[in-house]
Design a protein around this ligand. Sequence first.
Ligand SMILES: Cc1cc2nc3c(=O)[nH]c(=O)nc-3n(C[C@H](O)[C@H](O)[C@H](O)COP(=O)(O)OP(=O)(O)OC[C@H]3O[C@@H](n4cnc5c(N)ncnc54)[C@H](O)[C@@H]3O)c2cc1C
Length: 486
Amino acid sequence: MSKTVSIIGSGFSALSASCYLAQAGFKVSVYEKNATVGGRARQLTKEGFTFDMGPSWYWMPDIFEKFFNDFGKKTSDFYELDKLSPAYKIFFSDDVITIGDQMNKICEEFDRIEPGSSKPLRKFIAKAQEHYNIAINKVVLKPGLSPFELVTKETVTRLDQFYKTISSQVRKNFKNPKLISTLEFPVLFLGAKPSKTPSFYSFMNFADFGLGTWHPKGGMYQIVIAMKSLAESLGVSIHTNSNVEKISVNNKKAQHIIVNGETIESDVVLSGADYHHSETLLDTKYRQYSEAYWESRTFAPSSLLFYVGFNKKLKNIEHHNLFFDTDFENHAEDIYDNPKWPKDPLFYVNFPSVTDKSMAPDDCETGFFLIPIAPGLEDTPELRAQYFDIIIKRFEKRTQQKIQDNILFKDSYCVNDFVEDYNSYKGNAYGMANTLMQTAFLRPKLKSKKVEGLYFTGQLTVPGPGVPPALISGKLVAELIKKNEH
Ligand SMILES: Cc1cc2nc3c(=O)[nH]c(=O)nc-3n(C[C@H](O)[C@H](O)[C@H](O)COP(=O)(O)OP(=O)(O)OC[C@H]3O[C@@H](n4cnc5c(N)ncnc54)[C@H](O)[C@@H]3O)c2cc1C
């Protein structure tokens, strides 16, 4: 008889693990507390507008492709991908940088800002590509069990890349503050300041400039639909509106979970919910990490988000727009060093309807505004309103247009919603950051050290935050379960 695996949550990592485990012959059931699957990648549809509520940048298309290839499929069997051209635009206080879809175009833009800078840029990206190949093919595919996993013939010759920071590397090669911000932007996806992120993570720069920015037609939720359909075709049973209330342990072995009051016996329990929350489902003596441990970790930011429907097409914008027209250091300090609401926040705006007509009604624009903030901040309607006012005015100024009278509706989302909807620790948006001390074997473990048959996956364990790492995390934990539990 096949062994049973109960999976808690239905984020990308849980869905990924469910597919690999079902393929290996386990009887897999997924229990998701919310009404829809996909975790933080839910979709909001309203008055003909479609919003991805969480991730919006489709980077590292090779990792998505590899995931579907593992099941004899291709991404194009499920959704249509567009390479965005330009990839994105960055608004500074005195200029706008446009990042093209090819290295040549990006080099031209760098030379416009700082003559001659395309030369060090090409070198920097060539090194970033080497890091990408090592990271994706060697390092990231390890389960984080021991420090020796990081030791490969490629990494031993680059040990300096683990203790030097991305910030110092960028500053060594570039002097212009706008180019520095442009090159530091990709590692923000890893959740920490560039000055705390190892230089090895420059592979994110290759993901950005080398591999490009893509968009699944219909939005990021198409990936969720694809993975759900793949999982179901492999025999996974998916239960929504199914809140897991407890993980019960007998004789140091995970025995069953309690879902909406009902006991579900399982040979193996895998949680893809926030790691911190997952451990609160256990009696205290079975938890591996104390509250003090979580408190001492660097978490990725939370976010204040606005989903806005506009009744006209907007000008001077692209699909992805970054507003780096205020001081990044001050904002980063308010996120990481001295958590408080930022005075002059940087922000990001996504208008998927610029390139994808299906995302908004005719002659309208779908706008997603995001301000990164420290996790755990006070979250009130007044603060949300105050910050919308700040960014919408800055947006109007930088893009030279009036838009406030064209808002049909706006919904907001912030710390309290992340906690309520996803049981997120302090309302973090994208997990635990990848700093030097929180990389690989130094992250919370995929397998419980205290309870047999209990595993974890997702953005708080290995490899870290982001959709591609979540796909990999699901694969890594499935491999461990196959090895230990078959
Ligand atoms: C605003 C935002 C923007 C982002 N932008 C990007 C981006 O552009 N590109 C990118 O690659 N990544 C981005 N990310 C990060 C990316 O979305 C996440 O890293 C990834 O989706 C996390 O997946 P996960 O599998 O770890 O879990 P999650 O998505 O957190 O899923 C966990 C699931 O567990 C469920 N759950 C929790 N508790 C229980 C319980 N007790 N019982 C049952 N179910 C439970 C939750 O409801 C949730 O569905 C962004 C994230 C956010 C929030």
